[in-house]
Design a protein around this ligand. Structure first.
Ligand code: ADP
Length: 482
């Protein structure tokens, strides 16, 4: 068992654990207590991180794929061995139930394992040339120094989903984790250091919300950085895409989902409710793949609604570290107020909250699991992600009407579809405008799946072999023989 301390109060820059003059408190969203303190970094630290990354790039990319894979495998094994410590830290700074946090640690480690394996399959191509004495080869080479900006809802998995492919492809990575959850990111840096990732190949710059734009500007404004990978809100993603245009960086964006969850009238009600609970209430509804619009066909509406209402009323709310809890607190007051405002707006516009509807008994940022009925497509709650434990139900008639409702937003990350008739399901998943579709399942996230969205939900894919390709550039080599 390794003795390396996982709780770190310093940023990790070019192989050094660095303090700055100012710091930020990391709070437990369940209690408001301080979990730790991390430095506020700025442009100076950003520059040092880019210097470090550039300094190690040549050495890192020149290693064999097996040698790049080895420390990634070691990191994954350490995460698995220390799952309980990492999960506890994650729950303390993020709030999700401990069982979910354990699942996230395993999920996060799976990206490191997957990309360690994929590193060995970064194949190129040989293309038949148009003339007999020509040869064409296509190589895949690392895109260069990368920057990752990650959100707070999956403090470990969103990091490893970017770190794994970046390092596997040969790219050093500079991470700016979300201000609410920097401790999990720093724990990963400690594990990376111990696993033998060389200085500069992975840096972590912590900062407050007020530092995010400065850090972002410094990193994205630096022409030496060749790729940005961002997961977060659509609004910030659009800004970063614009900022990246100045140096034409490669950009991967994983943005808001506003996912439809379509229940056709021949669906298995119990399976649809079970899938809906996962898709809607995991992480208290704070996921970009959360079912945001639950669209239910006339013929099954009452049965589905009654079963879902019963299941929602039975969900246990409380601090994530308490055994048996299924719904933790929302991340902060801003998040709580937004959920509250969207529910109030829907009610004002004619929706009814038939289960829950406001703050939970636990107080603070705990929100009662809520069922909203009579929700229509023009309400704010159908157009914006609620990012909370609120299930809005909308009724529809024909399959075509259901698909039109599902597709009627600028988002296109994921859609869920429940039913039994094979032909209807096939027509349904082919019609859905989304990068991912879950058919009779409420959970699609695994390292094997190309994760990413259509339309305004983003650019590029993470996970799968495509996730590795997104950290590479193609180089064609055309050769003329004598
Ligand atoms: P949320 O509203 O869920 O916090 P955000 O998109 O605001 O989602 O945040 C996701 C990540 O983007 C966080 O790490 C945050 O600090 C960062 N971020 C927010 N604003 C900016 C910005 N202007 N430049 C760079 N990063 C930013």
């Amino acid at each position: 068992m390794s003795a390396v301390a996982l709780i770190r109060g310093r940023a990790y820059i070019a192989g050094e654990w660095v303090a700055t003059g100012t710091h930020l408190d990391v709070l437990d969203p369940a209690t408001g207590e301080r979990v730790g303190r991390v430095p506020r970094c700025g442009a100076e630290q950003a520059r040092a991180a880019v210097d470090g990354a550039c300094g190690v790039f040549e050495q890192w990319r020149s290693l064999s794929a097996i040698d790049r894979a080895a420390p990634l495998h070691r990191m994954a094994r350490t995460m698995e061995r220390r799952e309980e410590e990492l999960a506890t830290l994650l729950t303390r700074e993020q709030g999700k139930p401990l069982a979910e946090a354990r699942g996230e640690i395993r999920y996060a480690a799976s990206f490191l394992t997957w990309f360690a394996e994929e590193a060995r399959r970064m194949y190129g191509e040989t293309v038949p040339a148009p003339s007999a004495d020509g040869r064409i080869f296509v190589l895949r080479q690392p895109v260069g120094v990368g920057v990752a900006i990650t959100p707070w809802n999956f403090p470990c998995a969103m990091v490893t989903r970017k770190l794994g492919p970046a390092l596997a492809a040969g790219c050093p990575l500079i991470l700016k984790p979300a201000e609410a959850t920097p401790l999990s990111a720093l724990a990963l840096a400690a594990i990376a250091e111990e696993a033998g990732i060389p200085a500069g190949a992975f840096s972590v710059l912590t900062g407050d919300r007020a530092d995010a734009a400065d850090l972002g500007d410094a990193l994205i404004g630096d022409a030496r950085v060749r790729k940005l990978s961002f997961t977060g809100s659509t609004a910030v993603g659009k800004k970063l895409l614009e900022a990246s245009a100045a140096t034409v960086k490669r950009v991967s964006l994983e943005l808001g989902g506003n996912a439809p969850f379509v229940v056709l009238d021949d669906a298995d009600v119990d399976a649809a409710v079970a899938g809906c609970l996962i898709a809607k209430f995991r992480n208290a509804g704070q996921t970009c793949v959360a079912a945001n619009r639950i669209l239910v066909q006339d013929g099954i509406y009452e049965r589905f609604r009654d079963a879902l209402a019963q299941a929602i009323a039975a969900l246990r709310v409380g601090p994530g570290l308490e055994p048996g809890v299924q719904i933790g607190p929302l991340i902060d007051r801003r998040a709580f107020d937004k959920v509250h405002a969207l529910v109030a707006d829907a009610r004002d516009a004619g929706a009814r909250s038939t289960v829950g509807g406001g703050q939970a008994e636990a107080g603070g940022t705990f929100f009662t699991p809520t069922l909203l009925e009579d929700v229509s497509a023009d309400m704010r709650i159908s157009r914006e992600e609620v990012f909370g434990p609120v299930a809005p139900l909308t009724r529809f008639g024909s399959d075509a009407e259901g698909m039109a409702l599902a597709n009627g937003t600028p988002a296109g990350l994921i859609a869920y579809l429940y039913g039994r008739d094979f032909s209807r399901l096939v027509r349904g998943y082919e019609a859905l405008e989304a990068g991912m579709v879950g058919v009779n399942t409420g959970l699609v996230s695994t390292a094997e799946v190309p994760f990413g969205g259509w339309k305004e939900s983003g650019l590029g894919r993470e996970g799968s072999r495509h996730g590795l390709e997104d950290w590479t550039e193609l180089k064609s080599v055309t050769v003329a023989l004598d």
